[in-house]
Design a protein around this ligand. Structure first.
Ligand SMILES: Nc1nc2c(ncn2[C@@H]2O[C@H](COP(=O)(O)OP(=O)(O)OP(=O)(O)O)[C@@H](O)[C@H]2O)c(=O)[nH]1
Length: 216
């Protein structure tokens, strides 16, 4: 999606958001996997159908999530998946506290490229960045080429949480961002002796599978 359209749903940083820490979260993955659509679905609860227009550069949306009665402020950066913008997006990895890494369950190369994305992430991002793997477009079951189990196996290998999402139906979209917010809140307020929050256990207990949902 181009940045002009992105601008239309960006919100400025009002006083509410600048008073406190913003947790930087970045969406990454091949071009066309649905990063912009996922963010629009999370921010506005809608899916913009139509022809695909690739993101040029980078843009962000601020969003407040309520976690266990506390407000967590996420600044979500939507990056361009195309190779020619890669050097621009690398610069943003360094400050990121969380990364949502997407592939498209109907596109094998977007899944095969996940290992290369993880190599880049480990090279440019902070060591303790929270990473979540998302298999998007779970609504398009007739064109599926990547099984859910394959996503799970890859995520297990890298020790990251995984879920399938649909930016179209909204399946697991809120959950993905909520789990990230919970983890960041836990890390920010961690006290000695406090029971630890395990993002992978949380995701496994909460996520919906495509087969469960009558609307798919
Ligand atoms: N059916 C279906 N289509 C989707 C979904 N997510 C995105 N799309 C479509 O896939 C195409 C690409 O979506 P974008 O959100 O623009 O992809 P992107 O990852 O931001 O692409 P770049 O900006 O090039 O990095 C668009 O035509 C979307 O409508 C989804 O969950 N389900």
């Amino acid at each position: 999606m181009d940045l002009q359209r992105l601008d239309s749903y960006q919100k400025g940083t009002g006083p509410d958001l600048t008073e406190h820490v913003l947790h930087k979260t970045i969406l990454v993955g091949d071009s066309g996997v649905g990063k912009t659509s996922l963010l629009v679905q999370f921010d506005q609860g809608k899916f913009i159908p139509g022809s695909f227009s690739a993101t040029v550069g980078i843009g962000f949306t601020n969003k407040v999530v309520t976690v266990d009665g506390m407000r967590v402020k996420l600044q979500i950066w939507d990056t361009a998946g195309q190779e020619r913008f890669r050097s621009v997006t690398h610069a943003y990895y360094r400050d990121a506290q969380a990364l949502l890494l997407l592939y498209d369950i109907t596109n094998k190369s977007s899944f095969d490229n996940i290992r290369a994305w993880l190599t880049e992430i480990h090279e440019y991002a902070q060591q303790d960045v929270v990473i979540m793997l998302l298999g998007n477009k779970a609504d398009v079951s007739s064109e599926r080429v990547i099984r859910s189990e394959d996503g799970e196996t890859l995520a297990r290998e890298y020790g990251v949480p995984f879920m399938e999402t649909s930016a179209k139906t909204g399946m697991n979209v809120e959950l993905a961002f909520l789990a990230i917010a919970k983890e960041l809140k836990y890390r920010a307020g961690r006290q000695a002796g406090e029971a630890s929050f395990q993002i992978r256990d949380y995701v496994e207990s909460q996520k919906k599978r495509p087969s469960c949902c009558s609307f798919l």
